[in-house]
Each structure stands twice: as C-alpha cells, then as structure tokens.
Design a protein around this ligand. Structure first.
Ligand SMILES: *Cc1c(COP(=O)(O)O)cnc(C)c1O
Length: 224
C-alpha cells in the first residue's frame, strides 16, 4: 500500500493555484504513508478518530497541522486539546463549551469550524440551519464567555450521490450561509474558512466557493 504521488502532486498544484487549502485525510492509514506524503511537502492532515490521532501524532513530525474532522465526543476533547490545530466538526454548543474549557486548561486558543448539516442523509452530524441561525443570532453573551475558542468558519458534507446538481446545490447553500454569518460581528468569531469537498466532489465544491477541501482516498487509496 502506498500513496498516489501523481494524484497528490496534481491536486496540490490545482488547489494551490486556486488558493484552496488541502487537508490530506489520513484516517485508517499507517504512519508510513503519512510520512511519505509529508516528505512530498504536505503539512496538513485530517483524522476522524481520537484514539487513532493520539497514537499517530507523537510518531510524526511536530510541525504537522492536525485537523480533527470526525464526530467528537465531549469526554474525548481533552486528549487532542494539547496539540490539535483545527477542530472542523463542532456540532453542538455543549461540545464547543468543552473545547473552550480544555483549551483554557492547555493555555491556548483552539480554532474550530461549526459543522453544518447540508446533506439529505439523516445520519450526518451537524447543526441544521435553524440551529445555526439561533446560534449566531442569540448567543452573543455565550460567545463572549468562550474566549479560548475561535470560530473560524463552517464545514459541511454534501450527500453521497452521483447527482452532481444535488451536490452543487448543497454546497451553494452552505456558501450562502457562510456569506450571511460572515457579515455578523460576533465575539470570538471570524468566519474565513469554508471547508467543503472530498475526493468525489471537491471540484464542484471549489467551483462553489470552498476555501478548504478534505481529500483522503484520491491520495491514499481507498479505505478497506
Ligand atoms: C473520510 C472523510 C473525508 C475524506 O473522504 P474521501 O472520500 O476519502 O476523500 C473528508 N471529510 C470527512 C469529514 C471525512 O470523514
């Protein structure tokens, strides 16, 4: 098993030209594969499982930017709080508060994205639009308290579908929300990152205004 170097180089080049940040999603992949990609210049990696991330992180170079992109349970935040660069998958206020608490304990500010549910599938985590509206419009006081987190943007996953029109519509909707909340001036919020697009749909996502894509299988090969 090895990485697809050619695919990586061409994706990295394409995204660089478009000013889109590439997160290499390395879940289930061995540290050797991550090190190989690191050696080609990749510095930003995304993981979905706390235990896996905590095992890999100390075995790899210290200047890797680790993003957490999977569903995160509040009681596990403490394990990644000392080193994580960006938690992309914040899907509740309770989780946000716990991240704030653990950030404080570690004497740092943790950058986060709010995950928004844009797909048709019921199973995907994230705030729905009403909750998000409520969050941004009614939480100024709450947000003031959360001075150890910085809300840097939104993350979303489109439906797993080969209907490109549907996927495009979902990304476009997320971009609309991003632009809307972007304009609000709220404490500890500075929406600059719009994380959308994976192996199968990143091109559409970039066309619809993504600033960050999360790509696994195109680079590392499919997961078993
Ligand atoms: C696994 C995963 C990805 C990467 O998926 P690929 O299809 O392998 O590119 C991106 N984002 C999230 C949230 C994931 O869980």
């Amino acid at each position: 098993m090895s990485i697809n170097e050619e695919a990586y180089q061409s994706i990295a080049e394409e995204l660089l030209q478009k000013n889109v940040k590439l997160v290499a999603v390395s879940k289930t992949k061995p540290i050797e594969a991550i090190q190989d990609l690191y050696n080609l210049g990749q510095r930003v990696f995304g993981e979905n499982y706390v235990q896996e991330l905590v095992e890999k992180q100390p075995q790899l170079p210290g200047n890797i930017e680790w993003h957490f992109i999977g569903h995160l349970q509040s009681n596990k935040v403490k394990y990644i709080a000392p080193f994580v660069s960006l938690i992309q998958s914040v899907d509740s206020i309770r989780l946000l508060k716990e991240i704030n608490k653990q950030a404080q304990k570690n004497n740092r500010i943790i950058d986060v994205l709010l995950q928004v549910h844009i797909a048709q599938e019921e199973t995907k985590f994230g705030f729905d639009e009403g909750e998000l509206d409520n969050f941004f419009n009614n939480n100024t006081n709450d947000l003031q308290q959360l001075s150890s987190v910085k809300i840097c943007g939104l993350m979303g996953m489109a439906s797993f579908s080969d209907n490109a029109d549907l996927v495009r519509k979902e990304f476009r909707h997320l971009k609309t929300l991003f632009d809307k909340y972007n304009r609000l001036k709220l404490p500890n919020c500075q929406l600059e990152v719009l994380s959308m697009g994976m192996s199968s749909d990143y091109k559409i996502a970039v066309e619809e205004g993504s600033t960050m894509v999360r790509i696994g299988s195109l680079i590392f090969g499919s997961r078993s």
